[in-house]
Write a protein that binds this ligand. Structure first.
Ligand code: G3H
Ligand code: ZN
Length: 291
């Protein structure tokens, strides 16, 4: 069934376990998340990023409708989330397209502008019944802060760290429902070699009242993910690992069978490979024995 991200994350937060969120680009991604969640007996989040919407010609409707239909048809609890939204127009389109939650990403802006833009996004989101995640990534981003980490820095560069005091102030000032933090992961890693700052995760958990979100989880080894969840990380975002599984399976199939033209022949094993990846992440971060 289709459920709310807020409800899944709140339950995980209270119980001290994780909930994984997977980036959906194609119909097969969504089907693989459902199949993996059913196999693992766990709940999951289907998330569509602004980049994925751009890939689909800027149209939010078709990809959202497909993901929502897959969620409704599944026996696993699946939520629909709009990820890494920078465009205010896309944010405004989210409730009408069936999204119960959104990650508004103003992390490239200086601190004060991030706060102002995010607070406005939260007002809009809450007025439309949405759960809102936002991101504070840079170290010492406030005006006048002499920290050498100041200035635009990718929130998920390996060296980026979220400051706990700034995080506390940011959550209070914006009213966000969950906070994405920089603790050592980076987006788009194809090897699972990231080392997380577990001490910082614990400090952030104590500093902010809302659940914490880990981005770039494809590059984080299983043991590190388990420790991260144990020290307070709740929503675990995975994208690249699914694409690596998909592309690896397609590549292997077409190398073996270069004359095949029916996409179903190679998309079936690709979808299967993604489903196995989904189930594996869910077994790592979700509680044993179900959602
Ligand atoms: O918001 C999406 C995630 O942060 C995905 O990151 O593709 O590196 O796993 P990843
Ligand atoms: Zn991300």
């Amino acid at each position: 069934p289709l459920v709310g991200t807020g409800e899944l994350v709140a339950r995980a937060h209270a119980a001290g376990h994780g909930v994984a969120a997977f980036n959906v680009i194609t119909l097969e991604h969504a089907e693989a998340v459902a199949a993996g969640a059913e196999a693992a007996g766990a709940a999951a989040v289907l998330q569509v990023s602004e980049n994925a919407v751009r890939f689909h010609g800027g149209r939010l409707g078709p990809v959202a409708a497909a993901a929502a239909a897959v969620a409704r048809a599944s026996s696993a609890p699946l939520a629909l989330h709009l990820d890494h939204v920078e465009s205010p127009e896309l944010l405004r389109a989210a409730p009408g397209a069936g999204f119960g939650s959104v990650m508004f990403d103003a992390s490239k802006l200086p601190y004060a502008e991030n706060v102002a833009a995010t607070a406005e996004a939260v007002r809009f989101g809450h007025a439309h019944g949405m759960w809102v995640e936002a991101e504070l990534g840079r170290v010492g981003g406030k005006p006048g802060d002499p920290s050498p980490g100041r200035g635009p820095l990718d929130a998920h560069a390996p060296g980026a760290r979220t400051d706990p005091e700034e995080a506390r102030e940011y959550v209070a000032a914006t009213g966000v429902d969950a906070l994405a933090v920089a603790v050592g992961s980076s987006h788009a890693m194809t090897e699972r070699t990231a080392a997380l700052d577990h001490g910082l995760i614990g400090e952030l958990r104590r500093a902010v009242p809302v659940p914490l979100v880990l981005h770039g989880s494809s590059g984080v080894p299983d043991g590190e993910l388990r420790r991260a969840v144990a020290s307070g990380m709740v929503k675990i975002n995975v994208g690249t690992a699914l694409n690596a599984a998909l592309t690896g399976a397609v590549r292997a199939f077409l190398e073996r069978e270069p004359r095949v033209v029916d996409p179903r022949r190679y998309l079936a094993p690709a979808r299967e490979a993604m489903a196995e990846t989904v189930a594996s992440f869910l077994r790592t971060v979700s509680p044993a024995g179900g959602p």
